[in-house]
Design a binder for this molecule. Structure first.
Ligand code: NAD
Ligand code: DAU
Length: 352
């Protein structure tokens, strides 16, 4: 690992990963953040990394194969960490096509560019020999496994049964990554993690949305009965797990990453309200999300036993720290909730 391409590095997890990786991997000589800066991309998330001589930002679209190919030949990457995606389930319900083009076709463009750039005999269509040490890591999600009942957990062998256009697009991308590994011998890995939380998360997602609304004493929109369960993973634990896979993961393997922190949405919202010393009267039940997955839970035995990774944060510590972060960054919140967010919020919630 020396020259690293991070796609979608201006988003929530990508920006946390870049900060974590620059700090913990002193040996890398270059890290390029390739991001299209959609509504979810925010370079302000990375101002503290800009002075690092190893860091570069390139604005671009993963769907643009010509641009992606040019990027590979200009920088000679040996590692790709692919975060760039449309990531919000509710938006995928109103615009499935965008999720297909970005999440599936964007992944195809990156895979093809990596294959061409890394193959030591690219003119030979059957060549499966690549430069030493190269690796393509697809950042995926537990949502590709669908929904669980009250018991059990997703393992890497659980069937792929996605229920939303978002999760279907991520499952499709995962299958393409697998196919490039099987057909072309490209050195790939896939990680599938549970719900991340932490600093710099865009307030369309549950935790920052509830924090932001509660601070303004606005209603907290709970979908359905609020008894859906998510397995909360602090973003820093996620970054440590990705690093473990890049350093020690076996080529071709899938690794599940979870926080061992299951909570119902209502339990989590009550925890946030206690942190903020706000009333539970703000909780407002609204119409449920169509196709809403009832429960996710990750079995992370494989990465724990083979790569010695485990989550460090409890959800109580993580929520405390995260709420404190939002309280100490009012300017960041103010800037991200202007413009597009207001339009989105009105469209999404005012009819519920
Ligand atoms: P995010 O929405 O915060 O960020 C996505 C980033 O991708 C943004 O910076 C955006 O500008 C960029 N992007 C979008 N389209 C692009 C394009 N065409 N070309 C280049 N860049 C583009 O997402 P996130 O929450 O940080 O998630 C990152 C990845 O992790 C995604 O692949 C997502 O599916 C996966 N994931 C997220 C979670 C979670 O809880 N947030 C959990 C599991 C998996
Ligand atoms: O599980 C991993 C996935 O987690 C990632 O792949 C996705 O990119 C990420 O967005 C997240 O998906 P969820 O749909 O689980 O996250 P979201 O924050 O949208 O919602 C979490 C739960 O809270 C879910 O049960 C829906 C509910 N919810 C969400 C919002 C935004 C509400 O009740 N009200 C809300 O306003």
């Amino acid at each position: 690992m020396n020259r690293v391409l991070v796609t979608g590095g201006a988003g929530f997890i990508g920006s946390n990963f870049i900060r974590y990786f620059l700090k913990h991997q002193q040996d890398i000589s270059l890290l390029v953040n390739f991001d299209f800066l959609t509504y979810a991309g925010n370079l302000e998330n990375l101002t503290d990394c800009e002075s690092d001589p190893r860091y570069r930002f390139v604005r671009g679209d993963v769907r643009d194969y010509g641009q992606v190919k040019q990027l590979f030949s200009e920088y000679g990457f040996d590692t790709v960490v692919h975060f760039a995606a449309e990531s919000h389930v509710d938006r995928s319900i109103t615009d499935p096509e965008l999720f297909l083009t970005t999440n599936v076709l964007g992944t195809r463009a990156l895979l093809d560019a990596a294959k061409e750039q890394w193959n030591i005999d690219p003119k030979n269509k059957y060549s499966q020999t690549y430069k030493p040490g190269v690796r393509f890591l697809q950042i995926s999600t537990d949502e590709v496994y669908g929904a669980l009942g009250p018991t059990g957990k997703f393992t890497e062998l659980s069937p792929l049964l996605p229920n939303s256009p978002y999760s279907a697009s991520k499952a499709s991308a995962d299958l393409l990554v697998r196919a490039f590994g099987q057909t072309f011998g490209l050195p790939v890995n896939i990680t599938r993690c549970s719900n991340n939380y932490g600093p710099y998360q865009f307030p369309e997602k549950l935790i920052p949305l509830m924090v932001h609304n509660a601070l303004l004493d606005k209603p907290l929109p709970v979908y359905g009965d609020g008894m859906q369960v998510r397995d909360w993973l602090h973003v820093e634990d996620h970054c440590a797990a990705i690093t473990a896979v890049l350093e020690r993961g076996l080529v071709g393997e899938v690794y599940n990453i979870g926080g061992s922190s299951e909570k119902t949405n209502l339990e989590l919202i009550r925890l946030i309200l206690r942190e903020l010393e706000k009333s539970e009267d703000l909780i407002t039940y609204v119409q449920d999300r169509p196709g809403h997955d009832r429960r996710y839970a990750i079995d992370h035995t494989k990465i724990t036993e083979t790569l010695s990774w485990s989550p460090v944060y409890t959800v109580e510590e993580g929520i405390h720290e995260t709420v404190q972060w939002y309280l100490h960054h009012p300017d960041w919140i103010e800037r991200v909730v202007t413009g597009e967010y207001q339009v989105y919020y009105a469209r999404m919630y005012e009819t519920l």
